[in-house]
Design a binder for this molecule. Structure first.
Ligand code: HPA
Length: 265
């Protein structure tokens, strides 16, 4: 039990959850669909993100029911680029694991490297490239740090997700997500490099969270909402405002898809 998990149980009763969901930029409204919702501000929870946060991100832990499952929703994340801490999300992820979550569903906004997967499309992350040379498990003193990252993005969950999305008429692409630290966007040269390295999308989050989740034995499913083409691949001007505006289309699709995914867990 983490201290935050004890606190959550003191506030919300003897909660047990099946899964947890992390919401990315511009996606925090997805939490509105929870039934029997209890919101606990991160400020009350030991180890949870403390910063002013990033606009477009929420700052509450939500507990509630979705598609018949008890879930926790982390309405915002702390990114590496905020304070330079790659393990910033570890206490929050340990807490949802301590509350019983077996699966972590992560969402983010990302820039696409593939012309056929443009803004408004969704990309299930099939694998990642940790381009930062950073790792949230540096300093972890136990042998748990040697996490196997093969099939980190659960193949069975991905297969099921693609089927469920197709039934809802939502195209779900799959690809490799490359983590750049941000907060500046990439240069066109960095985007060309990412393409050569085999990436399909780039973003500033998620990878450290997945490494932590896998150490804790959680099954992981992660989906990027594509808000833009990578720098230099189109004539859009990249900005955080643009990301938040463009996150809306992907968020609508995710809003339709997530209950089906949660039901299928
Ligand atoms: N690069 C990095 N992170 C992002 C992007 C991008 O183009 N779009 C949304 N998040």
């Amino acid at each position: 039990m983490t201290m935050a998990a004890d606190r959550i149980r003191a506030i919300a009763g003897d909660v047990t959850i099946d899964a947890a969901l992390v919401l990315g930029s511009g996606l925090s409204a997805l939490g509105d669909t929870l039934a029997d919702r209890i919101a606990i501000p991160y400020a009350e929870l030991e180890g949870f993100p403390r910063s002013g946060g990033v606009s477009g991100h929420g700052r509450d832990l939500l507990l509630g029911t979705l598609a018949g499952k008890r879930i926790a929703v982390l309405t915002g994340r702390e990114h590496y680029y905020e304070h330079g801490n790659p393990s910033a999300m570890r206490p929050a992820i340990e807490t949802v694991a301590a509350l019983g979550a077996r699966t972590l569903l992560l969402t983010n906004s990302a820039g696409s490297l593939k012309p056929e997967n443009g803004p408004g499309s969704l990309m299930l992350i099939a694998d990642h490239i940790n381009y930062n040379g950073l790792n949230p498990l540096i300093g972890e003193p136990t042998d748990r740090r040697f996490v196997n990252m093969t099939n980190a993005y659960d193949p069975a969950l991905r297969e099921r997700s693609v089927e469920l999305a197709a039934r809802l008429g939502i195209q779900l692409n799959q690809g490799v997500y490359l983590w750049y630290s941000g907060p500046s966007f990439e240069t066109p040269a960095e985007i060309r490099m990412a393409i050569r390295l085999g990436a399909d999308a780039v973003g500033m989050s998620t990878v450290p969270e997945v490494i932590i989740a896998r150490m804790l034995g959680l099954r992981v499913l992660a989906c990027s909402s594509i808000t833009n083409m990578g720098a230099g691949l189109s004539d859009e001007t990249l900005s955080h405002e643009h990301t938040k505006t463009m996150a809306v289309t992907g968020a609508e699709k995710l809003k339709a898809l997530i209950p089906a995914l949660v039901e299928a867990l």
